[in-house]
Write a new protein. Structure first.
Length: 746
């Protein structure tokens, strides 16, 4: 039972059965061959000695649990208090055989009878406590003080109950012989113990906790000793029988198993866990391509991994416990003296420094090793690398960094732990900081530092997606400047197609957007120039009509013609006003207030107005609203004006149709994440040539149109980040679609 190399948790039969059978055989040989005569003559002394030893074991068990109470789990706490109860209730049992002044008589018979009753009674009570512990230890957490109070009070109650019951129980001892009542009581007690042991076996297989399995195993072993001990007590007819001695030996094994289980669980187990962790990390360090040497706080060599043996060409473990100074004696130092190096090591704080050296026993004197000295909480560490390989890696990193810096786009390399590995000059110039503040930083921390606005995208979506293209985000640089950036994110895989990181590439859209604004402004001014030229041309005709009529009115002053000429002049002025208003709307449309809105609700608010206007012109209307929709960020008044303008065009296009029908519907386009407003008519339609020219300023298919309406509508939709789509065939009507991006993308 002292084997410390047992693997946790140990299978029941594999470990405990050999121990169990060994104790049984050894106890049998001791009792029936060597010490049978001693028990017969000195049974009262041997009994007291065994009981004192049992009480000592239970007392040490309780002390172990009490001193580690905050770290112990619930079942061990129950075992500790049960051990204390066993200490208290077994104390009176020590003196029952110690002071026999006479060999027979009523007094002796009475004392022996009480002793046997007491032994059976406390054994029964312990079995009941084991059963309660198995059932309640996970449901009832006992505090230290409460547990101690319950233990003391329950022990006192037991004494009182035993004193009251002892005279009412049948005799267990009569005239130097044990009665059958006592034997039957022991047999029943052994069967109850077997049932309790079955409960613990079930708990052992159900338990997932490693330490709990260990404790369960030792309790099962203890109960396995308890059962035959009661059987031997039941088979002995005299108190001096060797079977009584065998029963006490097994009882001693029962208590020792409990003690040993607690010892292994709360004392030995934590040390084994520490050793496991130590072995685990040493195995990891042994697989590292770098040499690692550690010195404790007394500057003595405490660890060196396997790679050090390859660098030094000998087993460096032979230098264990050697001081740093002695270790340096085994090196040929380059560009540094030993005294200077020792001073640097003694003054080493949280930083690090490199020095070069080579083992004295090395055959290749031209090669060098790089030693990086680090100060740790537990002492000093030296990281050893081959100088040539390290230089090759540094050259490769330098070449990679040079390539990254030569790129005009932003580039970031992220490892699998979401740490920045490398970044290029363009990124550093963008956020206005240095390499040291970025490389090694967690991506999420960097995003918080830059106040990254991801437009609703989460980090989990980025990490889980294979590729992300064209994501537009905004950041705030270290100098407080807002920048708009477009990024592409792609995972990096190794040769086994395992994801090992991500590469992020992008560009600064801030300057790009400024250039786009300049281009748009230039194009807009060019269009306005064209429109102005067309406007002059269009206004000439009405002005010529007005001028001619004025001349007629001056030369032919006939009252009946004045009203006719005035009406014509009014119409010409209206034409000029319509042309000028359209020009003003196109050159500077009203911006309006942008807000989140529902397309279905917006179209529904116009349904009555559109239906009434269409009814007056003999056109039937149908409205269809898509069940699925997403909110959009728009100027509601501008979009309403755009819809009404298109509806007016559609009504004009259906003049003369046999059964004119206007269909207005909404739809959510999942692929583009846009809401669509469709306006469909069955009017005359447009030819391919007309479709190509539609939207050009002053181009119109109407007899009295200005050619500015569709241009203005197109401009309004574009300002909302959407698009205007027109589908038509001559003779089959036309469909105008307003596409508006949903709020998440906006």
């Amino acid at each position: 039972m002292h084997r410390s190399d047992i693997q946790y948790p140990t299978p029941l039969i594999k470990h405990y059965f050999p121990v169990y059978t060994g104790v049984l055989i050894f106890g049998y040989l001791v009792c029936f061959i060597f010490f049978s005569f001693a028990w017969g003559s000195y049974n009262h002394l041997i009994h007291s000695g065994i009981e004192i030893f049992n009480i000592s074991l239970m007392l040490f068990t309780f002390i172990h649990v009490w001193n580690t109470y905050s770290e112990a789990y619930s079942f061990v706490k129950w075992v500790g208090f049960l051990a204390l109860v066993s200490v208290f209730i077994n104390l009176p049992h020590i003196i029952n055989f110690t002071d026999l002044l006479i060999s027979s008589g009523p007094v002796v018979n009475y004392l022996v009878d009480i002793s046997l009753k007491y032994g059976v009674f406390i054994a029964f009570f312990e079995i009941v406590l084991w059963l309660l512990s198995a059932h309640f230890h996970n449901k009832l957490i006992i505090g230290r003080k409460v547990g101690l109070a319950i233990t003391l009070s329950s022990s006192l109650i037991l004494y009182v109950v035993l004193i009251k019951l002892v005279d009412f129980l049948p005799l267990f001892y009569n005239q130097l012989s044990i009665t059958m009542v006592k034997n039957y009581a022991d047999m029943v007690l052994s069967m109850v113990a077997a049932a309790v042991m079955a409960v613990y076996i079930v708990n052992f297989h159900k338990s997932c906790d490693e330490r709990e399995k260990v404790m369960y195993g030792y309790i099962i072993l203890a109960l396995a000793f308890f059962i035959p001990s009661r059987v031997f007590f039941a088979l002995s007819l005299e108190v001096t029988s060797p079977m009584q001695f065998m029963g006490h030996v097994l009882k001693l094994s029962y208590y020792y198993s409990i003690y040993h289980g607690v010892y292994k669980t709360i004392i030995e187990y934590p040390y084994m866990q520490v050793r496991r962790v130590k072995d685990f990390y040493e195995n990891i360090l042994d697989t590292a391509p770098l040499g690692i040497i550690t010195f404790d706080k007394e500057d003595r060599l405490s660890y060196a991994n396997k790679q050090c043996n390859n660098f030094f060409r000998y087993d460096i473990r032979s230098l264990y416990n050697a001081t740093i100074e002695k270790f340096l004696d085994t090196l040929m130092l380059h560009e540094c003296e030993k005294t200077e190096l020792m001073n640097k090591l003694n003054m080493l704080g949280e930083g690090k420094f490199d020095f070069y050296g080579l083992p004295v026993v090395s055959d290749d004197k031209s090669s060098k090793l790089i030693f990086t000295a680090l100060r740790l909480n537990i002492g000093t560490a030296l990281v050893v690398r081959d100088a040539k390989k390290a230089q090759a890696i540094e050259n490769m990193q330098l070449q990679t960094q040079t390539l990254l810096d030569s790129a005009e786009n932003i580039i970031l390399l992220i490892d699998i732990n979401k740490k920045v590995v490398m970044c290029n000059r363009k990124f550093l110039e963008l956020i206005k900081t240095g390499t040291s503040k970025v490389v090694g930083m967690d991506v999420i921390e960097m995003a918080k530092m830059l106040q990254l606005d991801m437009n609703g995208t989460t980090y989990e979506e980025i990490y889980n997606k294979d590729v992300i293209h064209g994501s537009r985000w905004s950041i705030r640089t270290m100098e407080g400047e807002i920048k708009r950036i477009s990024l592409d994110c792609s995972p990096i895989h190794n040769m086994d197609n395992e994801k090992i990181g991500w590469i992020i590439m992008g560009r600064d859209d801030s300057e790009y957007e400024k250039e786009q604004e300049k281009i748009i402004h230039s194009e807009k001014m060019a269009i306005i120039g064209q429109m102005a030229a067309g406007l002059v041309h269009e206004i000439k005709n009405p002005l010529a009509s007005i001028k001619g009529l004025c001349q007629l009115m001056l030369n032919r002053i006939k009252p009946e013609k004045i009203a006719e000429y005035a009406a014509v002049m009014e119409g010409a002025v209206d034409d000029i006003g319509e042309i000028v208003n359209g020009f003003l709307q196109f050159s500077k449309p009203t911006t309006g207030d942008y807000e989140e809105a529902s397309i279905n609700s917006l179209v529904n608010s116009l349904e009555m107005m559109i239906s009434t206007n269409a009814y007056k012109r003999g056109v039937k209307t149908h409205f269809y609203y898509h069940d699925t929709e997403k909110p959009v960020i728009i100027s509601s008044q501008q979009i309403k004006n755009a819809i009404l303008g298109m509806v007016d065009n559609a009504l004009d296009a259906m003049n003369g149709a046999l059964d004119p029908i206007l269909i207005i519907s909404t739809k959510y386009e999942k692929e583009s994440d846009m809401m669509c407003i469709s306006i469909k008519d069955n009017g005359i339609g447009m030819t391919e040539e007309q479709l190509e020219c539609i939207g050009t300023p002053f181009y119109t298919t109407k007899p009295k149109g200005t050619g500015l309406g569709v241009s203005v509508l197109k401009y309004i939709v574009n300002e909302h980040g959407g698009s205007l789509k027109i589908e038509s065939k001559f003779g089959e009507g036309a469909v105008f679609k307003i596409m508006l991006p949903c709020a998440a993308e906006k």
